[in-house]
Write a protein that binds this ligand. Structure first.
Ligand code: DGT
Ligand code: CA
Ligand code: CA
Length: 576
């Protein structure tokens, strides 16, 4: 799927045009990028089937953008981006990486203060030159410095979803070689960490040379860092580093255990091995006295160490070893336990697909229910629904119910929590929905106490069923807002509100630590929902399930593992 790559380039073009103060065009590029990013069909396929014409059927894509897409499909590049980059100082484009500093502001800073790069930016903020400009204040300086700090920290890691997609693509290409017997991705992708530094791929093969040759010649490889007979390291076009190692079959289990990590987990397993008279390394588990291999598969290694096999998601050296020693590992929730998805968007607000298409796609995934939760009226940028549109949407829900059989369609809303903690619809409207998911989309920067009160007020509303992305963080882009989750969780014990693990690749909110706290310390119930904005986004579910697993969640902790008949006991407004 090349949609995301193309969308990224179009966003970039929009930003650069805006820095150049070109009118209108940036908006057109952005609109197209948004549509493409959430489009469920691969643009390359559309183009193959129906050419430029097919591309122009995508909302927001006109002739000129369609031809950019064609250019990208044919050449892997869009010339317009290159041109713009050559016209604008490099430092300015790098400043775009600093969150919260859009192209408009960058252009003002450049013109008024001659700020040409991130270093100039830091200097001017510290010297309080920026706060003197119209439209900026002391707060902006503070925000800029914080954002620079964040973007520097984040610059080298990738979202899990990108890591998994990249690994899949490499593995599926190399699997085609008949010499490849087994190939798998280890490290942070196997542990399903939120972010991934590099990929660590292991292969069993009869001919390492051919595999290494093919690997280093893959089309996505940008640079070969090193290449030997059984190991190679490359950097891809997307800047991700990939290590590939050929492993002899007999030591594969030990290599899997070692390269899955985490480092801290491995340090403990190695100590346990020594205590038991073994030696554990990436080559195997050996008896110290006889030097003989005593285990081959990963399962056997854990067994010999006196441990239950530990799911990779738990290998963080935070209590999993003790639990495995005492036979107390949780029976983690699985993707196939999920019966329905309670949070998704359609063309009624900012989604790309109709209610009927979402329902059909969800049915294909084997779900027995979904909730359509478009945005409420205040979220105007996301095209939130006013009272009149709500009525029309309800008719559309009824139509979808009659057209798509075999899956129940709940009428829900993702309702904004306003700054004062009130909800964006009055109670008499909220009551009419089958499900109300409440969320914050504005006013992120309030003080901790105020934010905590705001959320508590919302969950105390008896019409609120689920609290969504309760910390608001965007991974590596925006920190969580200040909120006392302990206080919120305590009150939730009475209100029985569910908390959502949001599956959007850059949200994954609640995070693992808060999930563990919610279920173990406060005994709360969770849902895991895709927050899909297109049919293909429904597949994000596996990311949220992994996040829940990393938070030690079992099936019983997750409400949307229940059949609808039992779910109704928790969410009393459900009318179908
Ligand atoms: P990443 O790449 O930063 O997302 O995280 P990982 O966990 O993939 O780390 P990476 O790529 O540095 O190494 C892969 C695995 O190899 C790591 O999870 C555990 C193992 N490993 C690497 N270096 C060491 C080490 O110095 N000691 C031990 N015990 N294990 C190591
Ligand atoms: Ca890694
Ligand atoms: Ca590595």
């Amino acid at each position: 799927m090349i949609n995301q790559e193309i969308a990224d380039i179009l966003y970039r073009i929009a930003d650069l045009l805006e820095i150049k103060e070109v009118e209108w065009e940036p908006r057109a590029y952005r609109r197209a990028a948004q549509a493409i990013e959430s489009y469920s069909q691969d643009l390359e396929e559309i183009y193959k089937e129906s050419g430029l014409k097919g591309l122009m059927e995508i909302p927001g894509v006109g002739k000129s953008i369609a031809s950019h897409i064609e250019e990208y499909i044919k050449t892997g590049k869009i010339q317009k981006l290159k041109e713009l980059q050559s016209q604008i100082p490099k430092g300015l484009t790098q400043m775009l990486e600093v969150m919260g500093l859009g192209p408009k502001r960058i252009s003002i800073l450049y013109k008024k203060l001659k700020i040409k790069n991130v270093n100039d930016l830091i200097k001017s903020a510290k010297q309080h030159k920026i706060s003197k400009l119209e439209g900026f204040g002391l707060k902006s300086e503070e925000n800029i410095l914080e954002a620079v700090y964040y973007s520097r920290q984040a610059s080298k890691r990738f979202l899990l979803s990108t890591g998994l997609q990249t690994a899949d693509s490499i593995i599926s290409q190399l699997s085609k070689l008949k010499e490849v017997k087994k190939i798998e991705s280890m490290g942070s992708t196997r542990r399903m960490q939120e972010t991934v530094g590099d990929l660590d791929i292991l292969v069993i093969t009869s001919n390492p040379k051919i595999v290494m040759d093919t690997f280093t010649k893959l089309p996505e490889v940008n640079k070969i860092i090193s290449k030997g007979p059984t190991r190679a390291t490359v950097i891809l076009q997307n800047r991700m580093q990939v290590d590939l190692r050929a492993i002899p079959e007999e030591s594969y289990g030990a290599a899997v255990q070692y390269f899955t990590g985490s480092k801290q987990h491995n340090i403990i397993t190695r100590k346990i091995a020594i205590k038991k008279g073994f030696k554990l390394s990436e080559y195997g588990l050996f008896s110290k006295s006889s030097n003989k291999r005593v285990a081959s598969s990963e399962k056997e290694i854990y067994q010999k160490l006196g441990l239950q096999w530990i799911p990779p998601e738990l290998r963080t050296a935070s209590g999993e070893i003790e639990a495995a020693q005492n036979n107390k590992l949780p029976n983690l929730v699985k993707l196939r336990d999920i019966q329905g998805d309670l949070h998704m968007h359609t063309t009624w607000s900012d989604g790309a697909d109709s209610i009927i298409n979402m329902a059909n796609a969800a049915k294909k995934l084997g779900y027995s229910y979904i909730a359509i939760t478009d945005h409420s009226k205040t979220t105007a940028i996301a095209n939130g629904l006013d009272d009149k549109k709500l009525k029309q949407q309800y008719l559309d829900i009824k139509k979808a119910r009659s057209k798509v059989k075999g899956i129940k369609i709940l009428w829900g809303t993702e309702c904004d929590i306003l700054s004062n903690g009130k909800l964006d619809y009055p109670d008499d409207i909220l009551k009419k929905f089958d499900l109300v998911v409440a969320a914050i989309h504005s006013g992120f920067k309030m003080p901790k106490e105020k934010m905590t009160e705001r959320i508590i007020k919302a969950i105390k509303n008896e019409n609120v069923d689920i609290m969504d992305h309760p910390t608001g963080r965007l991974i590596d882009r925006r920190p969580a807002y200040r909120v006392d989750l302990d206080k919120v969780f305590k009150i939730t014990q009475e209100t029985k509100t569910a908390f959502e693990v949001n599956c959007s690749p850059n949200r994954l909110d609640l995070n693992d630590i808060n999930i563990k706290k919610a279920i173990q310390k406060y005994n709360l119930k969770l849902t895991i929902d895709s927050d899909a904005h297109s049919t293909s986004n429904l597949n994000f579910m596996n990311l949220g399930v992994a996040q829940a697993r990393r938070g030690w969640a079992e099936k019983k902790d997750i409400l949307n593992t229940l059949p609808l008949s039992q779910l109704k006991k928790y969410f009393k407004k459900i009318k179908i």
